[in-house]
Unconditional design. Structure first.
Length: 283
């Protein structure tokens, strides 16, 4: 492996999170393993990676930037990665996974399964918040951390494996899946414009008075945290995929103040917009 890997890890009972920035590698330089039952996002995208499953089967894959990977009950070995990689991997232990999966009536999928290229806006926002937390970019309490990891696995079990919504008291249910989808779709379509709690509440057919609380109960994120995460991710994609100026990109994702945009970008991504673009181009 050429270059130096940059790895930040956080461990607490039941969960391990690792955020890694790796140079390209091949098996002769070392092997990277995906943990069993893990959920991971690759921020840079890859072409022609070679992965060895527990059975020994080799596959070559192209992975879109920002797509989410689920790993099954056995570790998967990444034998070749052709481009610099930035990956966040979240792993709940087997007992925690089983408890969540059984609560949603999908105990057979407690250890997940091999899934590549999954896209989910809510999962992306949760992963972004966890990344900024373990990198020390935004403080995160132990309760918030645990809530987000649990909500992430619930989203996977619901969306990928057909789990049902858990039984909760009415006061704790928050937005249902249909209302939540309408809110996230509204954010994606309107993030270039000023967004208000009233507008988001209207998309959910909720009163503004109750919306913010209901949204956080359903997602683990306050509405402003979700909106910021999605805006910064859209900005990141535009920085890496277009030649538009930082000012134009900031405006395209709803920021009129460039300094505010730069601060939020640094807080979530860990680099200023111009620095991230330069790193991507190898400058």
């Amino acid at each position: 492996m050429t270059g130096t890997a940059d790895v930040a890890r956080a461990r607490w009972p039941g969960v391990t999170i690792a955020h890694c920035r790796h140079p390209p590698w091949e098996a002769r330089d070392g092997v990277q393993a995906a943990a069993p039952g893990s959920i991971a996002i690759g921020y840079n995208g890859q072409r022609g990676v070679v992965i060895q499953a527990a059975s020994g089967r080799l596959t070559a894959r192209d992975l879109p930037r920002g797509s989410i990977r689920l790993n099954g009950p056995e570790p998967a070995l990444w034998l070749r990665v052709n481009h610099p990689a930035e990956v966040l991997e979240v792993t709940a232990d087997p007992a925690s996974r089983r408890a969540i999966a059984e609560a949603l009536d999908v105990g057979a999928y407690a250890d997940l399964g091999e899934v590549y290229g999954w896209e989910d806006r809510l999962a992306w926002a949760i992963l972004a918040r966890l990344r900024s937390g373990i990198r020390g970019l935004q403080p995160m309490t132990d309760v918030e951390r645990d809530q987000l990891v649990r909500r992430l696995y619930e989203q996977v079990y619901w969306s990928v494996f057909g789990g049902r919504a858990p039984d909760r008291p009415a006061a704790d249910r928050g937005l249902d899946a249909r209302r939540l989808r309408r809110v996230t779709e509204h954010v994606e379509a309107a993030m270039h414009r000023p967004l208000t709690i009233a507008a988001l509440a209207d998309a959910a057919a909720y009163s503004p008075f109750h919306f913010a609380r209901a949204f956080k109960k359903a997602t683990g994120l306050a509405p402003h945290q979700f909106v910021t995460a999605r805006r910064i991710e859209r900005a990141r994609a535009l920085l890496l995929e277009t030649g538009r100026s930082v000012e134009a990109i900031a405006a395209a994702v709803g920021f009129s103040n460039r300094s505010h945009f730069r601060r939020l970008f640094l807080t979530q991504v860990g680099a200023l917009p111009s620095a991230l673009r330069a790193q991507h181009r190898g400058e």
